[in-house]
Design a protein around this ligand. Structure first.
Ligand code: FES
Ligand SMILES: [Fe+2]
Length: 437
């Protein structure tokens, strides 16, 4: 994937500068290849991305791979127990080293000419090379990694945003009680959504469409992002139930020292995030059809199954839910202008036994269906915005998190256009005229 040609840079910057606040974006932001390349370089190559969880790699030698635009990264646990991220590119002639999505290895061995690397990236074997070759310069290139209470964030930039520390510090007391370090991966599902990554994120940030999620709203109150003024007369009894349950949950959280104050830092820093502890409807225990726990062995040392849900959203690519019995981790990786990978992981206590404590079908049902329903909504947007009749439409007040997300996005994009050098290589001269025509 090439960086933008100058005419493309100019055009994308113009589009960003003329964005109308409070409205959805112009169509090129959802379908144009030039905007997609800008997004990879300005956003995904320069910000902290959720890329996995500690439970992906519980044993020494375990690894997972993932692709971020043209980058490929291997995240692994070394023989010293340390979690690292490395560029998945052989230092000989550039072959992709590890092709499997996950596995376990004592060394990373290139399938082409068998150069081998230790799990800290050091080159330890390279046959038939000239004497005197300095192997110490040919280790795998490191990728910045920050383990935030069991969530693994990576940053592809040379100088990553330092405010990840502020996020980690803020998130820790909220997440620590759920003890992700002692969880295990119960299930993972990848789906490819037919939509731009921003359409996927926008869709996730509002509950205006929540009546399209019959399974989710058995627990999820439809007042997410709403104020009391948004409550419709027909919702009055529903809202009273929400208030009653919310005050019961406030008391439970206080007694258990579970922090519950809303933290919203969505548009005022490079590492943007939002934390909220939510009361859940009916039994209020978990995101299941019967609203009770899906795993009998609770996370951490919890004894009360009714803890509601802690929600953590991070920009540009994740939303996560932490309950008493399991956690649902979801992050996106852009594939093209109009295709996005959504990776969802369900975590349970490491000692929980499948078939005895939980059933995967039951554990995953609500978010599996919700994700499929969201993918259908996103696909409708992708189709619709390609019509010449499309023009940006106004957001509802309860879509305020979309506005904050897009304010953040435009700010990051314009900072990139105003000063940063592209990380992606410039287009080859023979391609430049085609790209800009
Ligand atoms: S490209 Fe990896 S060993 Fe040759
Ligand atoms: Fe949704």
């Amino acid at each position: 994937m090439d960086a933008l040609s100058d005419p493309d840079r100019f055009e994308v910057a113009q589009l960003a500068r003329r964005r109308r606040p409070g409205y959805s974006l112009e169509a090129p932001f959802y379908v144009s290849d030039a905007v997609f390349r800008a997004d990879i370089d300005a956003i995904f190559a320069r910000h902290w991305l959720l890329a996995g969880v500690e439970a992906d790699i519980p044993q020494r030698g375990d690894y997972v791979t993932l692709e971020v635009g043209p980058f490929s990264v291997v995240i692994l646990r070394g023989m010293d127990g340390v979690i690292r991220a490395l560029h998945n590119v052989c230092r000989h002639r550039g072959a992709r080293l590890m092709s499997a999505p996950r596995g376990s290895a004592a060394k990373l061995v290139c399938p082409y000419h068998s150069w081998a690397y230790d799990l800290d990236g050091a080159l330890v074997f390279a046959e038939h090379m000239a004497p005197g070759m300095d192997r110490s310069c040919l280790g795998l290139k490191p990728v910045h990694l920050r383990n935030v209470s069991g969530l693994i964030f990576i940053c592809l930039a040379e100088d990553p945003p330092e405010d990840i520390e502020e996020m980690a510090h803020t998130v820790a007391p909220y997440l620590a009680p759920h003890d992700l370090a002692n969880s295990k991966l119960a299930h993972q599902i990848d789906i490819v959504e037919n939509g731009n990554w921003k359409a996927v994120m926008e869709n996730n940030r509002e509950c205006y469409h929540c009546s399209g999620h019959p399974e989710l709203i058995r627990t999820f109150f439809q007042f997410f992002g709403h104020t009391e003024a948004d409550v419709k007369p027909r919702q009055q009894r529903y809202y009273e139930r929400y208030c009653r349950i919310r005050s019961e949950m406030d008391q439970i959280w206080r007694e258990l020292n579970l922090p519950s104050e809303l933290v919203e830092k969505l548009d005022d820093g490079a590492t943007a995030f939002r934390l909220e502890r939510l009361a859940l409807d009916n039994a209020g225990e978990s995101y299941t059809l019967d609203t009770k726990i899906a795993c009998k062995k609770l996370l951490a040392d919890f004894t009360n199954p009714r803890l509601g849900a802690l929600s953590l959203h991070t920009q540009p690519n994740s939303w996560n839910h932490f309950l008493s019995d399991h956690a649902v981790i979801s992050f996106i990786l852009p594939l093209s202008a109009d295709r996005t990978l959504l990776r969802t992981k369900w975590l349970v206590h490491k000692d929980a036994v499948e078939g005895r404590d939980y059933d995967v079908e039951h554990l995953t049902e609500v978010w599996r269906k919700t994700n499929e329903q969201d993918a259908a909504f996103v696909s409708l947007v992708t189709k619709g915005v390609q019509s010449p009749a499309y023009e940006p439409g106004p957001y509802s007040p309860n879509e305020n998190q979309l506005e904050k997300f897009l304010t953040w996005y435009m700010d990051r994009l314009l900072k990139y256009f105003d000063g940063h050098q592209p990380m992606l290589p410039p287009p080859a001269p023979h391609l430049e005229s085609r790209l800009s025509s």
